[in-house]
Each structure stands twice: as C-alpha cells, then as structure tokens.
Design a protein around this ligand. Structure first.
Ligand code: AR6
Length: 181
C-alpha cells in the first residue's frame, strides 16, 4: 500500500477487490450502454445485486468520458459511479476521455459532498489502455483535483493485481519527482 497526502486529503494505492472496500462511492468501469459485463463491472453488479442494473436501465446509457451515479444495492457504499473510459485505439483523444471519466466521478463526489471514493484502473482491462499510459493520467487527474478545495478526505485506487499496483506506484513516483502535476 502507498499513501500520499495532499492538502490534508489522502491518496491511497492498494491492491484488492473493489467490492470489499469501504468508501462513500465506488467507481465502476462500465460501458456506454451501462449493460454490465466482465471485470470490475461484473464483480460490482454481482456484489451489489439487481437494483443497480434496474437503475442503469432507467438511465439508459452514458457517454464515453463521463459517469453516472446509482445507489449501491447490497454494497455498503452510498453510491456507485458508473464511469465509461475509452476503448484504447490510439486514435488521439483517449487521454482526454480517460481524464474526463475520472474527473466526472470527482465532480459527482463533490456534488454529493462525499468524503471517500474508490477507483479501479479504468480502461486498462477489456478496453486495452496501456497501463503505463493510463496510470499517470488517472493519478494526475486526482492529484490536481485534491490540490483544490474538496469534500474528499480519502481517494483510493484499488488495483486488482500486483502488475497494476506497481504501474501506479511507479507513475506516482514519477509524477512526484517531476514538476508537472
Ligand atoms: N476490483 C478492482 N479491480 C478489478 C476487479 C475488481 N473486482 N476486477 C477487475 N479489475 P475492466 P475496462 C481490474 O476490464 O478496461 C467490462 O466488461 C482489471 O484487472 O474491468 O474499463 C465492462 O462492462 C483491470 O486492471 O474495465 C466494459 O464493457 C481494471 O480493473 C469493459 O469491461 C479494469 O478492467 C470496461 O473495460
């Protein structure tokens, strides 16, 4: 586990399964149809139960680079934020779309005055975003956000495997070593 404090808020990088994390909001790596799927999406829907799929159907969909909120069903969180990261195709605007998926979740957290939020590594599974490119975008978006006034006291990155945790730890070190956060 790695922790880093910014203006009194804590950023934590931790290996684990996001459905087991205690946080006000848990972020899901969803698709634009909000139709459910494998990876984090499958794990969250299984653990939360059918109510969130009903809410997703009512919402109907979510643009890539954005996110929508539902309740959290059987999970202890208050909300699930269903974020849609880009499918990696090297077409040029993936970095903006990925940053914007994280940023929309952070904005939703402020809207609901949440103190804690847990992110998975959006887009780096089925959507094929290279980890060494996605990790600095994810971290930079969160760190920049925490440098401004915020209700958030804890932001967790819950990284499923060792490889993903290491990529985020390395990216964080690089960002902190450089001057371009
Ligand atoms: N907790 C935390 N991280 C997890 C978990 C978990 N329970 N399960 C997997 N990961 P992915 P994407 C990691 O594929 O790339 C779905 O079918 C995984 O190892 O879940 O944004 C959706 O319905 C990887 O590091 O999300 C979409 O169609 C990371 O989470 C599509 O996949 C993201 O992998 C979204 O693809």
């Amino acid at each position: 586990m790695t922790t880093y404090t910014i203006n009194g808020s804590t950023l934590l990088l931790q290996q684990g399964n996001i459905v087991n994390v205690q946080a006000d909001a848990i972020v899901n790596a969803a698709n634009a149809a909000l139709a459910g799927g494998g990876g984090v999406d499958g794990a969250i829907h299984r653990a939360a139960g059918p109510t969130i799929m009903r809410e997703c159907r009512q919402i109907g969909g979510c643009a890539t680079g954005s996110a929508v909120a539902t309740g959290a069903g059987n999970l202890s969180a208050r909300y699930i934020f269903h974020a849609v990261g880009p499918i990696y195709q090297n077409s040029g605007n993936e970095p903006q779309l990925l940053a914007s998926a994280y940023q929309t979740c952070l904005n939703l957290a402020e809207e609901h005055q949440l103190q804690s939020i847990a992110f998975p590594s959006l887009s780096t599974g089925a959507y094929g975003y290279p980890l060494h490119l996605a990790a600095p975008i994810a971290l930079r978006t969160v760190i920049t956000h925490l440098q401004q006034p915020t209700s958030l006291k804890q932001v967790y990155f819950i990284l499923f495997d060792q490889r993903t945790l290491l990529a985020y730890q390395q990216a964080l070190q690089k960002l902190l070593g450089g001057d371009q956060i």
